[in-house]
Ligand binder design. Structure first.
Ligand code: NAP
Length: 228
């Protein structure tokens, strides 16, 4: 049985990814910062729940400790939790966005590494964004060229770079970043549009179910490799 932890899985892309991985037979831990929302989502899915706020060291440590005591290993980690960070571009907002979208990945990944090393096929998927791609935001042919989300974009560039650096420093573990596709979740509600989360989750599931010889250190969308 593949043991999988997904952060921010109480709704949106995380929830749909959990659903599809459960259908594939994974034991899925729904990580959520809010106990009520997380327990409700886990019950709906038939998954397990761990309280996990990616901005809280103690919460992250306790979440991984409870998975360790129940499973003694972790096969798949999906770093999915994220915020758009609407509001002014200022120090407090920047700290909030980076704390969640960047430092959160470091907290969870560092806490998960000892458990991932016990897996025979350890895989980490980071849900990044093409808004963090220098190639996309400087390419007039891409939609990202005309979109402005200063702090979110910068945080996703960092999330992708963390993925590449972890892939280099942890050769026994696959680390890949993904742009899931523009999706109609609460995050994008103010902008509108987007495809169903179930469709985008398929691309996350693809990277979460790589075999032992799968790639590492990549940045992909559903069509394949994305420019950095
Ligand atoms: P969403 O529906 O707003 O879901 C975001 C999830 O992250 C929620 O479960 C939220 O929990 C959780 N979260 C936020 N802060 C957290 C924290 N401190 N600790 C733990 N969980 C936290 O948005 P989504 O579209 O599914 O986003 C999922 C990921 O996809 C994000 O990383 C996002 O940047 C990325 N992404 C989305 C799109 C898109 O088009 N939707 C495109 C590219 C990338 P609460 O319910 O408690 O707030």
């Amino acid at each position: 049985m593949t043991v999988t932890l997904i952060t921010g899985a109480n709704k949106g892309l995380g929830f749909e990814t959990a659903k599809q991985l459960l259908e594939l037979g994974h034991t899925v831990y729904v990580g959520a910062r809010d106990v009520e929302r997380g327990e409700k989502a886990a019950a709906t899915l038939g998954a397990r729940f761990v309280q996990l706020d990616v901005t809280d060291d103690a919460s992250v440590r306790d979440a991984l400790a409870s998975i360790e005591s129940a499973e003694d290993r972790l096969d798949v980690l999906v770093n999915n939790a994220g915020i758009l960070g609407v509001g002014p571009v200022d120090g407090p907002t920047a700290l909030r966005v980076f704390d969640t979208n960047v430092v959160g990945i470091v907290r969870v990944t560092e806490a998960a590494l000892p458990l991932l090393r016990k897996s025979s096929n350890p895989t980490v998927v980071t849900v990044s964004s093409s808004m963090g791609s220098f190639w996309a935001v400087t390419n007039p042919d891409r939609p990202e060229f005309n979109l402005s989300a200063t702090l979110y974009s910068a945080s996703k560039s960092a999330a992708t770079m963390l993925t590449v650096q972890y892939a280099k420093s942890q050769p026994g573990i696959k680390f890949n970043a993904i742009e899931p596709g523009y999706t109609a979740t609460d995050m994008m509600a103010a902008i509108g549009g987007g495809r169903p989360a179930a469709e985008s989750a398929k691309t996350i599931v693809g990277l979460a179910t790589l075999g032992p010889d799968g790639p590492t250190g990549t940045f992909q969308d559903e069509l394949g490799t994305l420019g950095w």
